[in-house]
Design a protein around this ligand. Sequence first.
Ligand SMILES: [Zn+2]
Length: 265
Amino acid sequence: MATVFGTYPAIQIDGATFKEKDSIKWYESRTLGVLKQINGVATGEIVLKYLQSIKAGRKVTIKPYNWAYISKTFPKDKVANLWNATAQPKDHTKANDQGQSVILEALKGEPAGGTDVEVYFTKWVIDNPKYRKSAGIAKGSAGSLADEILLHELVHGVGQMLGRDDRTAMADDMHEVSEFRSILVTNIYATDASNPVKNRPVRKDHAGTATLTAAAGENINETFLKLPGYRSHTQTFIRRFPGLAWDLLDVNATFNPVRALIKGA
Ligand SMILES: [Zn+2]
């Protein structure tokens, strides 16, 4: 029996691959703890509520990121992927954005495309000092805490559930539009004034966990929106996820290019 996260029945935690009862319980309760942490921050709650609001019975199931999964998913690159997490659409043919009308979907009340999603994530893996070291992830480096990693994957999940995931390549180390969006939202979360873990750095790109800092005489949003293509990618995020962007507008976070773009501050 999978664990359901409180008022978010669209989010399930299933540790069944561990087989032993105690391990399943350990996995599901630790993961639930991370979800509660995410839900305790304004940005996190907005993302979870938005995910829950997706109609057509779509759900995301969080499952263990473990050696069996790594071996199956990255057979040629097992060691390089010891420290990781992923979001996988159940039906790959329905996850990607087809340019469908978001307004028409809103009127109809459910997405035309989209699919259920499996997120593979284990807090123990993300926290593990040996795994972090092998992946070159320094302590306190940007976007590398367990709640940030899970939120990052859930943002991918939202796109896949709606059929608005965008795997288009980007010209820089953001790699893909989908990564740009996950990093954008997680950076708002990281610098959200309601986040009890203060002074989190802003993640620069998808190549690693380097920090983005404001250029001299600018705030971080100005610097971010001046990077080649970032203004238009932020605009596209707002256009494809208007309900999510609308709620993020009011988040009091140092890094909030959505607010900066629309409200100019
Ligand atoms: Zn990602």
